[in-house]
Each structure stands twice: as C-alpha cells, then as structure tokens.
Design a protein around this ligand. Structure first.
Ligand SMILES: Cc1cc2nc3c(=O)[nH]c(=O)nc-3n(C[C@H](O)[C@H](O)[C@H](O)COP(=O)(O)O)c2cc1C
Length: 209
C-alpha cells in the first residue's frame, strides 16, 4: 500500500492540521506496516501557479510539445505520477477565507489534467468528462478557526471548502473522501481542546476500521 501525505498549512508547530495528519499517518503505518509513505509539504514548499505556457502544454498533444512546453509541464507530470502511485491520501487542509489555501489550490490546478487524471470525450455528450483516478481513498484533516460550517450550521452557506474538495477530487475520480474537522482555533481554550480530542478520536477510529 502506498500513502501520499500532503500538508498545506504554512504554519509549523502551531498548525493543527499538520499535527493531526502526522498522527494519522503514524497510526496508519502502525496498523498497516506494509505501507510506504511519500510526503509533500505544500505549506512550506508551494508549487507554482499554472501560467500561459503550462496551459498551452496541457492542451497540446505531448508529441507536439516544444522544449519550453515540456519544461513548463514537467512538475505537473511529476505531481500527477506521485498522485497516481498512491492508494491512500492523507491531506492537511486549513480553511482560508471559506475555501482551501492558495497553496493547495495551486497544487490542484497542477493535478487536474486532461488525459492524465480526467479524460475529455466531447463525442460522448452524456458523459464528456471521465474520471481516471479510480479506487483511491482520501482523508482530509481540515482545520478551521470557527465552527458551524456543517450542514444545518450557522455558516453552512459559507463553506466552500469541503464541497469544493468533494467536487474537484470527485471530478478526477476520488469519491471516497472522509473529512476530519478540527475547529475553534480562534477561540482556543476548552472549545479548541474538545475539538482536537474529537478529531483525534475520529482518527483512531478511522485507522482502526
Ligand atoms: C488567511 C486566513 C484565513 C482564514 N480563514 C478562515 C475562514 O474562512 N474560516 C475559519 O473558520 N477560519 C479561518 N481561518 C483560521 C484557520 O482556518 C485556522 O487558524 C486553522 O487552524 C489553520 O490551520 P492550521 O492550524 O493547520 O495552520 C483563517 C486563517 C488565516 C490565516
């Protein structure tokens, strides 16, 4: 089994998502000793935004790539290879302004690639996009400053984080996604402590199951 561990918080020791993805992966490896782990730190080492040359390369057949195009798409190819090689993803993702961080979004833009992670078949009008990343499992540890973003919560309509990740990873075929939420960073105290304890309990249960 191959696990891809991704963190996207720019914080280090203060980051709840980092601490909890680390705990998740350690527990997972203990429970599944045959696991190999690849680590990608988007928070400390962000990938570049896609640019004009990247877009030209992504939508031009490989055999027609100029040397510039080949260079501009090289990292994206590596990120896609790394993603496809994994069976399980454990991702730390802070909520920033109601969605994912720019670092995580930049990674997603590098990852969603026609012909590599999603097929584009305009002749099949009923099903133009076909996901290519099948049979994977994803766990997202999402850290938030506040709470109430769940269905029925006071900020439900402002939650563009979980629905976005479910949509974009579902688009490429990753539909088995479980969220672990750690909330109330802005309040601290017992509200934060309770949320961390709940998240840790959920992680232990998820790994055990
Ligand atoms: C730029 C920025 C934007 C944020 N936006 C939100 C937000 O929209 N909703 C929220 O509940 N918390 C928000 N927060 C709080 C973070 O989600 C919270 O601090 C979280 O714990 C960060 O993840 P980390 O602990 O892994 O670094 C924001 C924090 C920052 C720095």
């Amino acid at each position: 089994m191959h696990l891809l561990h991704i963190d996207s918080s720019p914080r280090s020791e203060r980051s709840h998502s980092r601490r909890l993805t680390k705990e998740f992966v350690e527990r997972w490896v203990q429970a599944h000793p045959n696991t190999t782990v690849t680590y990608r730190d988007l928070g400390h080492h962000p990938v570049p935004f896609i640019d004009e040359l990247w877009i030209a390369a992504a939508f031009t057949p490989m055999e027609q790539h100029t040397p510039d195009m080949r260079e501009s798409i090289r990292l994206s190819d590596q990120l896609v290879d790394e993603f496809l090689a994994a069976d399980v993803y454990v991702i730390g993702a802070p909520m920033y302004n109601f969605s994912v961080s720019a670092a995580f979004k930049a990674y997603i833009d590098q990852l969603v690639r026609v012909g590599r992670t999603v097929a584009f078949e305009p002749q099949d009008a009923a099903n133009v996009f076909k996901p290519l990343v099948l049979g994977k499992k994803m766990f997202v540890v999402e850290a938030r400053g506040d709470s109430g973003f769940q269905p029925g919560g006071r900020y439900e309509k402002m939650n563009f984080h979980d629905p976005y990740l479910t949509t974009v990873f579902g688009f490429i075929g990753v539909t088995d996604i479980t969220f672990v939420h750690v909330e109330n960073d802005e309040y601290g105290g017992h509200k934060l402590a309770e949320s961390i304890a709940q998240a840790r309990h959920q992680i232990a249960q998820l790994v055990a199951s």
